[in-house]
Design a protein around this ligand. Sequence first.
Ligand SMILES: Cc1cc2nc3c(=O)[nH]c(=O)nc-3n(C[C@H](O)[C@H](O)[C@H](O)COP(=O)(O)O)c2cc1C
Length: 183
Amino acid sequence: MNEVLKTMLERSSIRAYTEEKLTNEELESLKAAALSAPTAMNRQDQRFIFVTDDEKLKLFDESVLREIVESGNLDFAERIRSRGGSTTYHAPLIVIIVSKPAHFSRVDAGIAVENIALCAKSLGLDSVILGMPEGMFRGAHAEELMREFRFPDGFEFSIAIGVGHRAMDKAPHETDPKHIITV
Ligand SMILES: Cc1cc2nc3c(=O)[nH]c(=O)nc-3n(C[C@H](O)[C@H](O)[C@H](O)COP(=O)(O)O)c2cc1C
């Protein structure tokens, strides 16, 4: 089977990671994958914040849950706590994609995040796309957190992705051929 298609079909969201760090070579490949993503009008108005520092990873993880608690979504917070409390599943790399708001900027970010996910899979790594952190970059602590994670001026959170070595197995999601419409 075509290698790219095989990678696509084998990818699934992994929600538990070992402590093993990524190598520089792996990080460089993931950066190339991010930068190679196409953007509308070739604007390239997105930045990729690669977070590997343990303290910053912890801050990111804890801030997601804090925002959920502070927004009053206590049932959801409790569900996260009952599943171990980590919203990033201890992934040793988080890439935050930030965008200058514009028509299609979130589509651009979506393309880039999948590029990263597929690159990770092809390197023998796994990933999980993370939309949940959106709240922490819009809530009461947003300014401070955007500073901590070095958002450039005028850029806002679009999506994030955790990458690492899997500590669990999970089959890819079921697909439905009826979702294809042929005209
Ligand atoms: C835009 C987007 C946001 C997501 N946000 C989260 C998230 O915050 N936390 C999480 O555990 N999974 C998140 N996911 C993963 C989805 O739940 C997952 O892709 C979906 O259940 C299909 O499973 P699969 O990725 O294993 O095929 C997100 C996926 C997408 C595309």
